[in-house]
Structures are given as structure tokens and as C-alpha cells.
Design a protein around this ligand. Structure first.
Ligand code: ADP
Ligand code: MG
Length: 402
């Protein structure tokens, strides 16, 4: 069964009056390069992947919203739309709400805060083939699917960029995870065989052709199955270090610091803060270099930049973990052109850019290296740069009276 079938089947289980009126979907993403740069107003180069979260939606004749997900055994959560404000005014820890439901309900709440809407009651059934909690942004995928659906059903009329901001607002304020906007932008703006050069200060997003397929290359994901935890973990600590660095250097954000400024930063900052700053500054430069190298020399030439990004994340930013390091080393030893952790770190996935003909060897090498280290076997699979969020069937839009 496809993910769309799963979402529709769950919706049919929730409601007995007719089938789904429409389905919307949004992808997860892999970040090719540009990690921990988004909340520093910097650059990133993510691409949407060919794994998606699907929202099957049914309009109700009352003003309530009900959400269910195959991820949570299909158990529904229901609330009056008018009560969303009060729900999300409560501290996340004190809410009587399963954590996952904060994402779709948070999007409903954030959309109402961001646009004039016609908030008719809805049932939303969710299914996904994006690995959850692995750093491929199942969170942006669920936000994207729900935001696209409600944007149409509630006639909010927001652009993809505005919807990405709705997703981020939901994740930051409703869920309480202090993430940047990269994931949502990639999920909304992704294109076939292209990455998105994202300027996180201006939200300018430029499709950047990758040409992987034409060059006979593939991106292999090695999912370490070590779950990262964004809202706890070291993420907040790294953000704080970046803010500290920017303040000490007298800039609005680390985006405003160039590689040439690093010697001065070394004098002004304590050793740890300096290394955090150096990662962000050099990573921003690597993103721009990657775009230039892609255009001038093609995708086979970007490998060293990817691997340098990993080394910087491992040694300067210290957000890697033994499993990610083993994945990267095994992939490189098996012939990958470049490899790095992707996503926030502390677990999750590594990506390797490989010759399509050598993908199986990289997979074998990763599995053997994990076994030799006594780690849980990784999940290894290819991802292809793909299209962003969109309606899969739009019959519902026509059937809803404004
Ligand atoms: P990532 O985005 O890397 O997958 P996050 O911790 O940011 O990891 O987001 C994962 C969380 O998002 C899950 O724990 C769950 O609460 C929510 N989530 C993601 N996908 C779904 C889904 N299909 N159904 C319900 N909740 C989901
Ligand atoms: Mg996430």
C-alpha cells in the first residue's frame, strides 16, 4: 500500500460518512550542506527527498478539528478550533496532548495567526514514509502536509514561503522546538533533481540544479537509528553559543562574520565559543563554494566540501556522534565521493554522495562497520531530490463553500 492509501484508509476508519475529500503531501528533506547555519541567518543547500507525509482530509459540519496518524496507532485527538489558542498558551509539558498532535494542531493554530481564514471543521488522517526522528525532517513533512491542506481548505491563500513560516511558527511556539526555517523551506520549495540555495536572512530561495542523475551519482542515506532530540539535547546550547559569539563580535548574526574575520574572533572569544563560530563561518562559505563548484565543475567535484563539513561539525561544533562518524568513514573508505552527517546531529542520518554503480558497496561497508563497532544495524537507502509540498487531489477545494 502506498502512503496515500494508508492515509486514506485511516481517514475512512475515522469517519463513516464518505471517503476522503482530498489529500495533500509534503516531503522530508536532506541537507546537502549548510548545517547549523539557518538560525545564524546564513546559507543552506537542502533538497526535498522522495519520502513524504500525506494528509487525507475530510470536512466536518462542525467547528472541531480531529487529527490521527499511523505513527500514533491512528488514535485520534480532537479539539474545538476555538480552543486552540488556549491549548497552545499552556506550557508544553503541562498540556494534556500527545506530543505528536502538537505538530498538526500547532499548524492549525499558526495558520489562524498568520492569515485570515475560514476555519471549517476538519478530520485529518496522516501517514508517512519519512523516517521519524532521524534528521530527515519528518517534522517539516507533517507541518507541510497539514499547512498545505489547511491553506486550501481554509482558503488562507498563503504562498509557499509564508506557509513555511507557518510551519516554523508551529514548531517553535506550539511544539516548543527552537528550530530554524530551513526544513520547512526545503519541504515547500523542493524541485526535482535540484537543491534550494537558501538565504536564511532574506528567505531568498534559489533552485540549484544538482545533476546527480545525469552524472550517474546517487545520494545514499545511512540512518544510524540513534534518535536525536531537538528540544532537549545540545541544540539549545549550540544556539546559545552562536548568539554569544555574535554578541561578542558586535554583529547581528554570525552570517555577518567572514572567514577573514576569524583571527580576530580567536582573540576575542573563549576557545569553545570560537570553535562554534568557526564552524558556522566556514560552513556558510562551504555552501557558497558548493554552489559555485556545482555550476563550474559539476556534482562529482563537491565531495571534499561535503566531507569538510562533516569534520567541522564533528570537531568544531561537536554535534556528531560515534555512529555518524563511523557511517561517514565507512562510506568514504568504500569509495563515496563525499559524506557527512545531515540534520542537527547527535544521531540521525549521514548522507554519502556515491557513484550509482557503487551504492551497494557503500551500503555493505556501512552495515559491516556498524556490526564491527557493536552498533544497532543502520538503515541504508537512496534518496532522490524531489518536488516540494503539493495537493495530491484537490476535489475538496471545490466542495468547500467560502
Ligand atoms: P525529524 O524532523 O528529524 O524527523 P523531529 O524530532 O524534529 O525529528 O520530529 C519528529 C516528531 O514529529 C515525532 O516525534 C512526532 O512527534 C512528529 N511527527 C513526525 N511525523 C509524524 C507523523 N507522520 N505523524 C505524527 N507525528 C509525526
Ligand atoms: Mg525535525
Amino acid at each position: 500500500m502506498s502512503t496515500t492509501d494508508d492515509a486514506q484508509a485511516l481517514l475512512a476508519r475515522l469517519t463513516d460518512d464518505g471517503g476522503p475529500a482530498g489529500t495533500w503531501s509534503a516531503p522530508g528533506r536532506a541537507n546537502l550542506i549548510g548545517e547549523h547555519t539557518d538560525y545564524n541567518d546564513g546559507f543552506a543547500l537542502p533538497f526535498a527527498i522522495d519520502r513524504r507525509t500525506v494528509a487525507a482530509v475530510h470536512v466536518r459540519d462542525d467547528a472541531r478539528i480531529r487529527v490521527a496518524s499511523t505513527f500514533a496507532d491512528g488514535d485520534p485527538v480532537e479539539i474545538a478550533i476555538a480552543d486552540l489558542d488556549e491549548l497552545f498558551a499552556t506550557d508544553p509539558a503541562a498540556r494534556d496532548l500527545p506530543a505528536w498532535a502538537g505538530y498538526p494542531l500547532g499548524v492549525a493554530w499558526a495558520l489562524q495567526r498568520s492569515a485570515a481564514v475560514t476555519p471549517v471543521g476538519v478530520d485529518i488522517a496522516l501517514a508517512s514514509d519519512v523516517p521519524v526522528g532521524s534528521g530527515l525532517s519528518s517534522s517539516a513533512a507533517i507541518e507541510g502536509a497539514v499547512a498545505s491542506a489547511l491553506n486550501d481548505v481554509w482558503r488562507a491563500g498563503l504562498s509557499p514561503v509564508r506557509l513555511a513560516q507557518v510551519g516554523r511558527l508551529a514548531e517553535n511556539e506550539a511544539v516548543g522546538a527552537p528550530t530554524g526555517i530551513m526544513d520547512q523551506m526545503a519541504s515547500f520549495l523542493g524541485e526535482e533533481d535540484a537543491a534550494i540555495l537558501l538565504d536564511c536572512r532574506t528567505l531568498d530561495a534559489r533552485p540549484t540544479p544538482l545533476g546527480f542523475a545525469a552524472a550517474g551519482l546517487q545520494v545514499v542515506v545511512i540512518d544510524t537509528r540513534v534518535e536525536h532530540a531537538h528540544s532537549t539535547g545540545g541544540y539549545a546550547d549550540r544556539r546559545a553559543a552562536c548568539e554569544r559569539g555574535a554578541t561578542a563580535l558586535g554583529v547581528e548574526a554570525l552570517r555577518d562574520v567572514g572567514v577573514a574575520d576569524l583571527p580576530r574572533a580567536a582573540e576575542l572569544l573563549d576557545e569553545v565559543t570560537f570553535r562554534r563560530v568557526r564552524h558556522v563561518v566556514t560552513e556558510n562559505q562551504r555552501v557558497l563554494d558548493t554552489v559555485a563548484v556545482l555550476a563550474e565543475h559539476g556534482p562529482r567535484a563537491i565531495g571534499d566540501l561535503l566531507t569538510a563539513s562533516h569534520v567541522s561539525l564533528r570537531d568544531d561544533f561537536e554535534v556528531s556522534c560515534p555512529e555518524l562518524d563511523v557511517a561517514v568513514e565507512a562510506a568514504l573508505a568504500a569509495g563515496a565521493i563525499g559524506a557527512r552527517m545531515t540534520g542537527g546531529g547527535f544521531g540521525g542520518c549521514a548522507i554519502a554522495l556515491v557513484e550509482a554503480s557503487g551504492a551497494a558497496a557503500v551500503e555493505d561497508a556501512a552495515i559491516r562497520a556498524f556490526a564491527a563497532s557493536g552498533f544497532t544495524p543502520p538503515r541504508v537507502f537512496a534518496v532522490h531530490p524531489s518536488a516540494g509540498a503539493h495537493p495530491d487531489r484537490s476535489s475538496l477545494i471545490d466542495s468547500v463553500e467560502p
